[in-house]
Design a binder for this molecule. Structure first.
Ligand code: SAJ
Length: 406
């Protein structure tokens, strides 16, 4: 039996995938409400194919509890935020979970850390916790790092098809854990050492953050000198060795906007490109705010009460709004003490900000300038409703000729 610790955005789909492929799984989370929801037969977030996977996992006998289990394998999948001041990883959740595992696990157990961690985190934080409990790593406890790589919005497909990395002190242990993941993973699984596995995951997300920052910087250059950044990126990407991502209103979520900071925190003197890239991405909500004010001036609008932000989540067709560009923009707007903007997102049903709407038509009736912050399918399917609006499209999803862009 495998005890999956942490049933959030990564732990839950992983637990369900294993259970639906014949592995005996108990999922543990300290959040009683979350466990109660799962035990009532409901998933806790929206994701393509997740409900179907949940049904299969229930047939496979998956169980959910707040208790840690006595078993021979644990998969730890808990959040790893960063300290906003030092930029270093905050390993408190991983530490706490491993401490709990140590209280119940028998000798011979394997502990797999799936959470994204910066290189050296397992050495600095996880190994001491295990050793403090009297276990000898490699003899009493096997330690493995198997960083997740799935993208919200396409998690179920990517769990099945992505290649994976497994880091272990002992190759044979890595191969054993590889067999477990191979129960469902159709991609290649590379076995390496722990620090290499830690670094690869952070590097992958940093590469994406830097590429997006490059696109965002190009958007600023093009805005400054009247060029079309999208046309330029499109043509450049026709070169066989160029692949620039898309500019946008900022970078959110719990991965691309967080993980690169781990490297800045640990290697401040060596991370000039990464540091500047993160600053460029973080500057985008303010850039959008400036565009709003330029457009308002051009259109003779004097206050922001009839300006609306479409989209609150960090990207399209997900219900996760952690670190979202819209929240960053609203924070920035508050600093300028301007009248609050109206906000709507079809994926957010509870009230999380002021002036939030829960119906597209009501939202549109109350605004003249619509800022598309997120390109959810809903707005792409309802473009006709924007025909008589002033539109600032930060995602290049609107095809109305008069649309303003970044
Ligand atoms: N974004 C842009 N322009 C783009 C692409 C994205 O502005 O061209 C923005 C998005 O709107 C969003 C942010 O970047 O605000 C991040 O979104 P994303 O879709 O790029 O990535 P995440 O954070 O949802 O998932 C990433 C993935 N990492 C990589 O592709 C290297 C995923 O595979 C990881 O598993 C995930 O981080 C994670 O959990 O670490």
């Amino acid at each position: 039996m495998i005890n999956v610790i942490g049933l959030g955005y990564i732990g839950l789909p992983t637990a369900l995938m294993l259970a639906s492929h014949g592995v005996e799984i108990v999922g543990t989370d300290y959040n009683k409400e979350l466990v109660a929801t799962l035990n009532a037969g409901k998933t806790t977030f929206k994701e393509d194919g997740l409900d179907e996977l949940f049904a299969d996992a229930l047939k496979g006998g998956i169980k959910f509890t707040t208790e840690y289990q006595v078993t021979d394998m644990y998969i730890v999948s808990v959040p790893t935020p960063y300290d906003k001041f030092s930029k270093k990883i905050d390993a408190c959740y991983v530490n706490a979970a491993v401490k709990e595992v140590m209280r119940v696990c028998p000798k011979g157990a394997t502990v797999v850390i799936e959470s994204t961690v910066s290189p050296g985190t397992i050495d600095r934080f996880v190994r001491p916790v295990i050793e403090e409990n009297g276990f000898v790593i490699g003899k009493d406890i096997n330690l493995v790092h198997a960083p997740e790589r799935i993208i919200p919005g396409n998690m179920v497909y990517e769990l099945l098809h992505n290649n994976r990395t497994i880091g272990a002190d002992d190759k044979a242990v890595g191969e054993k854990v590889k067999e477990v993941y191979a129960s469902f993973c159709q991609g290649d699984i590379v076995v390496t050492d722990i620090k290499t596995a830690e670094m690869t995951k952070v590097v992958e997300n940093t590469f994406r953050a830097v590429n997006i920052a490059f696109a965002n910087e190009l958007a600023k250059i093009c805005r400054h000198d009247g060029m079309d950044v999208y046309e330029i990126i499109k043509i450049c990407n026709m070169h066989p060795r160029v692949n620039i991502l898309q500019p946008g209103p900022g970078v959110g979520g719990h991965c691309i906007s967080v993980d690169p900071w781990f490297l800045v925190g640990d290697y401040p003197a060596l991370t000039k490109v990464i540091w500047e890239s993160m600053k460029v991405n973080d500057s985008m909500p303010e850039f959008v705010l400036e565009r709003i004010h330029e457009i308002m001036k051009e259109k003779g609008m004097t206050d922001t009460t009839r300006v609306g932000l479409y989209g609150l989540t960090y990207k399209e067709n997900v219900d996760d709004y952690r670190e979202s560009p819209t929240l960053q923009l609203l924070e920035c707007q508050e600093k300028h003490l301007a009248a609050p903007l109206k906000v709507y997102d079809p994926f957010i049903t509870n009230d999380i900000v002021a002036n939030q709407y829960h119906d597209l038509d009501k939202f549109l009736a109350d605004v003249d300038l619509v800022v598309i912050m997120v390109n959810h399918n809903e707005i792409k399917e309802n473009m006709d409703k924007l025909a008589d609006k002033i539109v600032l499209d930060t995602r290049k999803c609107c095809n109305i000729a008069s649309t303003y862009r970044l």
